[in-house]
Write a protein that binds this ligand. Sequence first.
Ligand code: HEM
Length: 401
Amino acid sequence: MSEWLVPAHVDRSKVVDFDLFEDRRFAQAESPHAALYALNKEAGCGIYWSPHNRGHWMVTSLELAHEVAKNTELFSSTEMTLPPMPPELEPKLIPLNLDPPEHRRYRLPLTTAFAPRRVAALEGMVRSYAVELIEAVAKGKRCDFVHAIAEPFPIITFMRLMGMDTTRLHEFRTWITDLMSPDESPRARAYQNIRLMMGELIEARLARREDDLISFLLDTPIDGRPPTVEEMHGYAMLLFAAGLDTVANALAFSMSHLASDQALQEQLRTDPSLIPKAVEEFLRLYGVPIPPRTVTRDAEFGGVHLKKGERVALVLPAANLDPEAFPQPYRLDLTRSNSKHVAFNVGPHTCAGRYLARMELRVLLEEWFARMPNVRHDPESTRQYRLGLTLACIKLPLVWD
Ligand code: HEM
């Protein structure tokens, strides 16, 4: 472990050799979540200093995760890159990268747009996409679940919700994949293309409103005035970043669990009323984002000394496996009360799309069990994961009889 990545104010007992992007535990464990569970068992849940990625704090206990998320005065969202980028290169996603009180003004229109009543009205449309995708897969005896379902399903739903032209699905899907690329040039190209497409859509809706999210946001004032075109672009970019990869990965991790548990598949097919409970357990067990915060001033917190400017990774997927909060945390338990889990975080930045996300997961599983026999992991092809601030399952080969 490199000593220079451990500053003098950090107590040595609080240093844990864990690298969020390429830790040795990830190579040894069967999945990213198994690796985080191994970390919890080894170090205990709490707040630790990771000497990797230029050094940062990691919060892995549920209680401290709640405290960090709610204390926006000490933990700011204005700089969320890790490893840290120069301030001028920090993304400015609205309202993700804003702190209260400014955050609230921009968040309100999204809270209304994704309220339970509006999400419920989308269910029929979401269900018809789920059926279409599953029926295409059901004709065969194997598939890569990520390519066939987990990835396109939230994208089609989202395009329809926004009011985008779904005949451009293929093109748009390529851009979304490029947007998640670790390389700069495909990311920049995708960003330009999406911006162009969104620009055309915003212009069209400015001229004539339709029954879609863009029209709704155009008519929802920010501080008593209509949003500017630039603010509309800001919303659109955040929604792409926040609402596509997350649902795709939550779905893929859930299906991966199911493929290893034949009895659970039987149980959910026989009694679909258990599916919402299963969705909640999947969300807890297989958290996706690890959002960072930046410390705003020197302070004592959770028994450690924090210095202004330090990054704190909210390792929400590890906090959801905290044995203090969830007995036998790495076990799926349909009778568990999950009210405290942080899959969507808590506090002012709680996921604005959580009702939509839950509905997408539930509907997809309902239609899956209505049409598909039990599935297993394909013994001839391996699962693939991607680590980092979004835990991802990028390939999930399945077979069935
Ligand atoms: C299973 C799927 C999803 C998961 C696990 C998830 C998780 C999260 C988490 C943990 C945050 C908090 C980030 C932070 O504290 O910095 C967040 C924020 C957000 N999410 Fe989601 N999300 C999901 C789906 C969605 C969907 C479908 C949408 C909308 C289309 C969405 C829109 C947002 C927005 C707008 C924010 C920013 C909220 C703010 O800063 O006030 N998410 N999400």
